[in-house]
Design a protein around this ligand. Structure first.
Ligand code: NDP
Length: 408
């Protein structure tokens, strides 16, 4: 935080949202309800989807536009017309770098919820985006990386724990449970292509200064989630582990756990075994197709799951470390109800828990509470004003001290 220069900007903020999926829908609702944003534009590949969201939000607050965010010239053209102060990127991770390039060219600040991933390699890491730090700093622009729930609130929970409850964080387990039921045999909760790429890769966790790799879903155990109960939880790699072990070097072990049902895992295994998770192009009837992209076209749209979704998500951080010379355990989490999320925004809780923090992060920037020239992960900013607002914005959080973390 020390190298981040803070300056307060009391002007109203013009915001451009890119991406009209489930997360974009929630961001649009939340941004439109926040008077700190003076003008709002929602742009995506398919303009009709933006128009439908703008109409659902109502109030005539949101303008819409078509843009191909893979194209820097298209983006800069739009930026020059609308002149946003900040872009909220909730398109896909493939577009992170083109949008950051356009921001640099036009002097626009940046926020996203997922780190860059090349299309032809199921591999994500921060190095590509961290490499933009000096260019953003030189232009006096801010880039806020990973401001969804996980990454996002998960890392802000860690920053809050470090600031208020620990002298040294030593063990971190981020636990992500979706105990919702959408009644479908198989569906993903966010973009199927990105989701399947994420959960089928090898597991990885940090221990004693190095990464330990596991086979996919090799390590698993039952964990107890508040108001939900016991759920089998699988160790997977997740992107915030990379920035958290960098920014909190006292961490000896950092892991990420996600719950999967047996039905989901069986489908996933079949999808992989029959080659439908392949990300390399194949020729079918003389046309090149990428199997996972074809699969996305036939799977349920995550946005459509909300209507019949029941149950809750529970995402939090289980932390062990030292305070005043004594060992302490700490669990901080949010539970989010699918039905409540749907009533408010027409989307399920996974989109909701991602979109609310993205809109709130942009509001932190707009209010001058999070600001500094360069590229930053969310844990580098002050967690207090963000967490003070997170509950009122729809995601209340709970702290528990000196409890059994179940993750020894
Ligand atoms: P969706 O697939 O529902 O939406 C993505 C949107 O981006 C679609 O509207 C799509 O357009 C648009 N888009 C895709 N490519 C382009 C392009 N080249 N130019 C312009 N628009 C484009 O995804 P979600 O809403 O579920 O997820 C959005 C983001 O949120 C993803 O990056 C995902 O990884 C991230 N995420 C982060 C989480 C977190 O906690 N940090 C959790 C969940 C998701 P079209 O409609 O035409 O296809």
């Amino acid at each position: 935080m020390s190298e981040i220069e803070l300056f307060v900007d009391s002007n109203m903020t013009k915001v451009l949202i890119i991406g009209a999926g489930g997360v974009g829908t929630v961001v649009a609702h939340k941004v439109a309800a926040n008077p700190v944003f003076s003008e709002i534009m929602l742009a995506s590949r398919t303009k009709s989807k933006c128009d439908a969201i703008a109409e659902a939000v109502g109030g005539g607050r949101i303008r819409t536009a078509q843009v191909d965010a893979d194209s820097v010239p298209e983006l800069t053209k739009l930026f020059r017309q609308f002149r946003p102060d900040i872009v909220i990127n909730v398109a896909l991770p493939y577009q992170d770098l083109t949008i950051m390039d356009a921001c640099l060219e036009c002097g626009v600040n940046y926020l996203d919820t997922a780190n860059y991933e090349p299309r032809d390699e199921a591999h994500f890491e921060y190095s590509w985006q961290w490499a933009y730090h000096d260019r953003f700093r030189e232009k006096g622009l801010t880039a806020i990386l990973g401001c969804g729930f996980d990454p996002g609130v998960s890392a802000i929970f860690v920053a809050y724990a470090a600031k208020h409850h620990f002298d040294e964080i030593q063990y971190l387990d981020i636990v992500d449970c979706n105990a919702g039921n959408h009644g479908m045999a198989f569906a993903t909760n966010f973009n199927p292509e990105i989701n399947i790429r994420e959960v089928t890769q090898k597991g990885r966790y940090w221990e004693n200064g190095r990464w330990v790799e596991t086979e996919p879903h090799e390590i698993h155990k039952p964990l107890t989630y508040p108001e939900i109960g016991e759920r089998e939880s699988y160790l997977i790699y997740h992107e915030e582990l990379e920035s958290l072990v960098k920014h909190y070097p006292s961490i000896r072990r950092a892991r990420f756990w996600m719950t999967f049902g047996q039905e989901y895992l069986t489908h996933l295994r079949v999808i992989q075994n029959i080659g439908m998770a392949r990300i390399d192009p194949i020729v079918y009837n003389g046309v090149e197709i990428v199997p996972i992209q074809f699969l996305k076209a036939v799977l349920p749209d995550p946005k459509s799951l909300g209507e019949n979704y029941h149950g809750q998500t529970s995402i939090g951080c289980r932390i062990r470390g030292v305070k005043d010379g004594k060992e302490r355990t700490y669990y901080i989490y949010n539970n989010c109800d699918h039905e409540a999320a749907y009533r408010e925004t027409g989307t399920q809780a996974v989109s909701y828990t991602t979109g609310v923090p993205a809109a709130l992060g942009a509001a932190m920037f707009a209010k001058g509470l999070w600001k500094g020239a360069g590229v930053y992960n969310v844990e580098q900013f002050d967690p207090d004003p963000f967490l003070a607002e997170l509950g009122p914005q729809g995601l209340p959080w709970v702290e528990k001290f000196d409890v059994d973390l179940e993750v020894d």
